[in-house]
Design a protein around this ligand. Sequence first.
Ligand code: F0G
Length: 460
Amino acid sequence: MQFKTIIEPFRIKTVERIRLTTPEERAQFLQNAHYNPFLLHSSEVIIDLLTDSGTSAMSSEQWAGIMRGDESYAGASSWLRMEKAVQDLTGYPYILPTHQGRAAEHLLYTRIGGPGKVFLSNTHFDTTRANIEFSGAKAIDCPIQENADPSLEHPFKGNLDLEMLEAQIQIHGKETIAAVILTVTNNSGGGQPVSMENARAVSGICRKYGIRFILDACRVAENAWYIKHREAGFADKTYRQIAQEMFGLADGCIMSAKKDALVNMGGFLALNDLDLAVQCRTVLIVTEGFSTYGGLSGRDMEAIAIGLEEVFEPDYLNYRIKSTAYLADKLHALGIPIMRPAGGHAVYVDARAFYPNIPLDQYPGQVMACELYKLGGIRCCEIGSVMFGKYDETGKLIPATMDLVRLAIPRRVYTQSHLDYVAEAFGELAKYRDQKTGYKIVYEPPFLRHFTARFECASV
Ligand code: F0G
């Protein structure tokens, strides 16, 4: 028989204390952090759902690998192990290790970007967009229309809109398009998966016009779970085979190993194109480190090689996707408006729908993030008009398409009772939602403002 309870498919060997703070302490901590949860100290947080990035618990095998790490400057055995693991998975011959995903983005997008160039994607993640814009190029999101409606059910809501892709290529001219980037899963678009059919079609369009096709593959294993279970023709394939098929459609990938490689730090750029790899490698050596370690220690590379195997274990992936869906279902049952269906690494709550009384230029997502912290010590991340908002010429906010709050679940870290606690906090949040007021930004940097922006109550 099949048990209904999805258990964590691991035993816990080491534990880390969580300090249970009081509401009074938390009110003070949040004020000290200028109402920006990014500025809280982790010791002030009870359940940290800020990100699933670099927050995984490593396995005993990975820790054993850490001890084996070869710290030689050149040609370390740990590098050779990582290089082979990445080549076997992706099929790309040229692998450049980097200290994390955005370093790989910087290497590639500053080479192929620059003023006048355009990048097209299902949705550019914030660091992806920042690296592209930093190079002087333009990043245009082309998600399918269904992605903009949080409550709409769709099996592959992370897909790229093919008509829009063709139209953008016509508008800008194929020579102008530096790359098409498919982000799997589509993080900024709600952690939604991309179908193989969509990836094939994107690949076909890129081939037709001779445009480079790059996968942002940081959650490629989670994406493979959805393909196996939701797309016809994949039930008998392994998760790894599905991921390999997807890599085979593109010309290269960027991966933040802090997600589906189950490590705390690391990333890589992998390419088919030797010339481009040589150009990127030159910059890698100048900015990150020699080409056989990039910004990584030998031990990090060892752990990545092992994590890239473990992440495709069926019991792990099944637990991973189902436990995120477990939290999503609980919130849905409480009447909390969430992005449907649940994403793989996170539950996205529709703060705009939850707080209809809060104007968009007072950031309903920020209100939810702050209230959740005050109530339960839960830290989460606004993915809305703080992260993606822009200003028009008069200084008026152009809000993001959606105001979501992301509850990102670290891999192998929290148990079911932690998720029950989060759901309970939402039950409380709903009781007082009409009484809440918004925030205004009192300090912001020019790029990636959500990390360091400071807020005050809008009514002050
Ligand atoms: N691409 C995607 C889709 C991401 O989600 C991230 C990071 C990156 C690239 C950059 O990788 O952090 O290793 O430099 N996402 C984190 C998050 C920060 O919280 O979703 P990085």
